[in-house]
Design a protein around this ligand. Structure first.
Ligand SMILES: C[C@@]1(CC(=O)O)c2cc3[nH]c(cc4nc(cc5[nH]c(cc(n2)[C@H]1CCC(=O)O)[C@@](C)(CC(=O)O)[C@@H]5CCC(=O)O)C(CC(=O)O)=C4CCC(=O)O)c(CCC(=O)O)c3CC(=O)O
Ligand SMILES: NC(=O)C1=CN([C@@H]2O[C@H](COP(=O)(O)OP(=O)(O)OC[C@H]3O[C@@H](n4cnc5c(N)ncnc54)[C@H](O)[C@@H]3O)[C@@H](O)[C@H]2O)C=CC1
Length: 212
């Protein structure tokens, strides 16, 4: 299956998770870095979900699923352990609402990749459903390859690129200057938080002098 990968902005959109088990917890955790308005529909929830509720991360409606639970939802997660309930969720999902079924049956508008976040750097993995266990393993490989130092690095790159865009008019010079930010020594300095060296490098780029 050839899925089309996108990065969705779900801030302030209503997201409904039907089910309150471990898979619901996984989907909730994946949504936490966003500002989505999350509602969980389920008679039971796990302790971990309960602790997120205490922190105000989501709203819980302690009940069995009914079609009206999906009103105004942009995204719908059918993640109960009952195929018949997931079927009922599918039936109630309007064509304009995007549906994800954890049992991978019936209508599938989107599947969930594994995600590694390092600030603005988002690494995602999917096997298109072929082997989610491999997806998880590859995520762990990526997480160790791209350690936490990438958070500072990507933040630095973002600011430096903005600075170049604002101060360099000539198209070719701008393109070359932005490309020069990908220098491997600069990467090392940023990941080691050697900000003086980083700033000096950017200033040299900006003044048109070839750095080093
Ligand atoms: C199609 C998809 C639909 C969807 O989006 O949910 C789906 C479907 C199914 N998963 C199943 C099982 C497992 N899923 C995981 C883990 C994850 N599964 C995730 C996504 C997806 N799982 C979507 C496609 C992913 C892709 O492209 O590869 C991850 C990446 C993200 C997430 O859950 O949000 C998350 C990694 C979390 C992380 O670490 O980041 C593990 C491993 C583990 O938990 O350690 C196992 C056990 C091992 C195994 O079975 O492989 C089963 C059988 C259920 C049963 O046996 O009843 C089905 C149904 C079926 O395949 O029929
Ligand atoms: N996509 C993935 O990553 C994975 C998917 N699965 C699939 O997801 C399903 C759920 O797995 P778990 O979360 O581990 O199950 P679980 O048994 O921990 O949780 C099921 C939840 O569904 C709720 N529920 C049952 N009937 C309901 C109803 N009528 N209305 C609302 N909520 C209802 C239960 O109260 C419970 O909170 C599995 O049966 C399997 O098909 C399983 C493992 C991984």
């Amino acid at each position: 299956m050839n899925y089309f990968p996108v990065m969705l902005d779900v801030d302030y959109k209503k997201v409904v998770i039907v089910g309150g088990g471990h898979v619901a917890r996984q989907k909730l955790q994946a949504l936490l870095p966003t500002k989505a308005q999350i509602t969980i529909i389920s008679p039971t929830i796990t302790d971990e979900i309960a602790s997120y509720l205490e922190q105000g991360k989501a709203v819980w409606k302690k009940k069995y699923f009914e079609p009206s639970d999906l009103d105004d939802a942009s995204l719908v997660f059918a993640v109960t352990d009952q195929e018949s309930v997931n079927d009922a969720v599918e039936q109630a999902t309007q064509h304009w609402q995007l549906l994800s079924r954890a049992d991978a049956k019936g209508r599938v508008d989107f599947i969930n990749p594994a995600v590694v976040r390092r600030g603005d750097l988002t690494l995602t993995v999917s096997t298109s459903g072929a082997h989610p266990g491999l997806t998880r393993k590859l995520k762990e490989d990526l997480a160790s390859q791209f350690d936490d130092t990438f958070t500072d690095y990507i933040e630095f790159l973002k600011k430096a690129r903005r600075e170049i865009i604002q101060s360099v008019q000539d198209k070719n010079r701008k393109r070359d200057a932005i490309a020069a930010l990908l220098d491997s020594e600069l990467e090392m300095w940023a990941r080691e938080k050697k900000w003086d060296q980083c700033d000096a490098y950017v200033q040299k780029i900006l003044s048109g002098v070839q750095p080093i």
